[in-house]
Design a protein around this ligand. Structure first.
Ligand SMILES: *[C@@H]1O[C@H](CO)[C@@H](O)[C@H](O)[C@H]1NC(C)=O
Ligand SMILES: *[C@@H]1O[C@H](CO)[C@@H](O)[C@H](O)[C@H]1NC(C)=O
Ligand SMILES: *[C@@H]1O[C@H](CO)[C@@H](O)[C@H](O)[C@H]1NC(C)=O
Ligand SMILES: *[C@@H]1O[C@H](CO)[C@@H](O)[C@H](O)[C@H]1NC(C)=O
Ligand SMILES: *[C@@H]1O[C@H](CO)[C@@H](O)[C@H](O)[C@H]1NC(C)=O
Ligand SMILES: *[C@@H]1O[C@H](CO)[C@@H](O)[C@H](O)[C@H]1NC(C)=O
Ligand SMILES: *[C@@H]1O[C@H](CO)[C@@H](O)[C@H](O)[C@H]1NC(C)=O
Ligand SMILES: *[C@@H]1O[C@H](CO)[C@@H](O)[C@H](O)[C@H]1NC(C)=O
Length: 407
């Protein structure tokens, strides 16, 4: 007994000494230390990367919670597009706001705007992607205003109005010297004029090997949230005469799936070469659409259901977008980046009741297609942001600003 514990003790001393020496040679690095997390809690999960969260928030159920909606902002938040203000657009039944996501194995920590603002003082948060990314960005802004004493002090840095959504917008939270920015880049890559020599059929090209020039503005952000996918379909590419280009050459036969995969590889090498390794990088999973009995431009609707769908057996299989996205995120993690796959597809798939449907922005003609792609706000994207927050907390976001800079 005795000799056994002496043996164990000397082993421990040896181990700690080697950690110390190693750490001395390679200057202090929190991520490095976290690899030794087995010393404290996760001893029994040796295969688990420390960069993977303890809890899987993606699986769970929606539970009725009358109080939940009172904890959130409301439609008066000044950062909401008219198209997302479903109640103001005539939606009477607001029960869609009373559902709270309950993961199977844990609780979501309560979103604390002041805490997040404080931790991100002097920082930048960047959202880049398509209009569903903008949907999430607006939700995030409204959630953050709960930690701000005077909302009029939040302003767009170039004075642009929020409802004209061309290009990019950067909201400055003056009290905290921080910005929360949105960049409209549906393909993440450059989309531009075809090279001089290409076929007459080609109207525009999507340059799979070149990230959008906005990416120059993303490089120094502290937290980045990307999304992509909705525009990667034949209608918005080849059928609209937007073809794929690589190295100055248009490829008339490449399919959308392959093109998407390649664009993500470009994204990944950009991220590895340009982002600060201390930045938190999220890539959100595909946000499902819910057109029933037709497509978006063919009479499809989603206004008949006012409750979450509780029959997940009807679901489509995992979108290929998610397979590719989670793949590149893993590759980033192998490179020791703080990369996360924000997997919200399943929880959102259950929420056919969460879309604007026919309650679109004022001025929409009566026969216009329903919106079963975006989400009413407050609404489902608030949950995405709660999960974002939970993951930031689990990685002790902002601690770097308190600890001395690592060498
Ligand atoms: C996303 O989450 C759902 C629900 O937990 C899961 O079924 C799916 O496999 C996840 N997707 C990926 C790519 O990990
Ligand atoms: C939110 O965080 C602040 C610190 O930034 C703390 O003072 C406050 O108690 C927290 N609120 C809740 C409800 O946890
Ligand atoms: C605001 O933040 C920037 C970094 O984003 C920093 O350079 C600047 O000094 C900060 N300003 C103040 C007044 O703290
Ligand atoms: C809020 O900020 C605005 C713009 O800086 C200012 O005009 C207004 O007086 C402030 N309101 C309060 C209550 O401090
Ligand atoms: C057009 O493409 C052909 C074949 O790739 C090449 O030989 C030719 O030089 C190109 N012409 C121009 C104007 O780029
Ligand atoms: C176009 O891309 C496909 C891959 O999707 C490839 O097999 C093919 O060789 C490419 N064509 C040209 C002309 O490069
Ligand atoms: C579904 O669409 C068909 C035509 O495509 C139409 O005849 C039918 O009434 C629609 N059903 C509902 C419930 O809207
Ligand atoms: C709203 O929809 C829910 C679910 O379908 C229903 O139970 C409730 O009675 C509706 N509320 C109103 C005010 O119509």
């Amino acid at each position: 007994m005795r000799s056994e514990s002496t043996y164990a003790l000397s082993f421990l001393v040896l181990l700690l000494t080697s950690i110390f020496i190693f750490n001395f040679v390679y200057p202090f690095d929190r991520q490095f230390l976290s690899r030794f997390a087995f010393l404290s809690s996760s001893y029994f999960t040796p295969n688990k990367s420390p960069l993977i969260e303890a809890c899987d928030y993606s699986r769970g159920r929606w539970v009725w919670d009358e109080i939940y909606s009172h904890l959130l902002y409301d439609e008066n938040c000044p950062f909401l597009d008219p198209g997302f203000r479903c109640r103001q657009n005539g939606r009477k039944n607001e029960s869609f706001r009373k559902w709270r996501w309950q993961p199977d194995d844990c609780d979501i920590p309560r979103f604390n705007a002041s805490y997040l603002l404080e931790r991100n003082r002097n920082g930048r948060i960047v959202f880049a992607g398509d209009s569903v990314g903008r949907n999430q960005w607006e939700s995030f802004l409204c959630m953050l205003t709960q930690g701000v004493s005077n909302v009029s002090k939040i302003h767009e840095v170039n004075g642009n109005p929020i409802s004209k959504h061309k290009g990019y917008l950067a909201m400055r939270f003056q009290e905290y010297n921080m910005t929360v920015e949105y960049y409209r880049t549906p393909f993440l890559c450059v989309i531009g004029r075809p090279p001089p020599n290409s076929s007459k059929r080609v109207r525009r090209t999507i340059r799979l090997d070149e990230l959008h020039w906005y990416s120059k503005k993303w490089a120094r952000a502290d937290i980045l949230i990307f999304n992509s996918g909705h525009w990667w379909n034949p209608d918005k590419t080849i059928k609209s005469r937007r073809y794929f280009q690589e190295g100055g050459r248009v490829n008339m036969t490449m399919n959308v799936e392959e093109a998407f995969r390649r664009s993500l590889q470009t994204w990944k090498s950009w991220a590895l070469h340009n982002l600060n390794p201390a930045s938190f990088v999220f890539f959100r999973s595909f946000s499902p659409v819910h057109f029933r009995n037709g497509t978006w431009n063919d009479g499809g609707w989603c206004d008949k259901q006012t409750e979450p769908d509780n029959d997940p057996t009807e679901f489509e299989t995992e979108p290929y977008y998610n397979i590719f996205i989670s793949g590149v995120v893993k590759q980033m993690q192998y490179e020791s980046r703080k990369a996360h796959f924000l997997n919200i597809t399943y929880l959102s798939e259950l929420r056919i009741d969460g879309h604007p449907s026919k309650f679109r922005e004022p001025g929409t003609p009566p026969g216009a297609p329903q919106d079963c792609s975006h989400w009413c706000l407050p609404g489902v994207p608030d949950t995405w942001n709660e999960l974002l927050y939970a993951q930031l907390l689990s990685e002790k976001f902002g601690i770097k600003k308190i600890l001395p800079e690592r060498g």
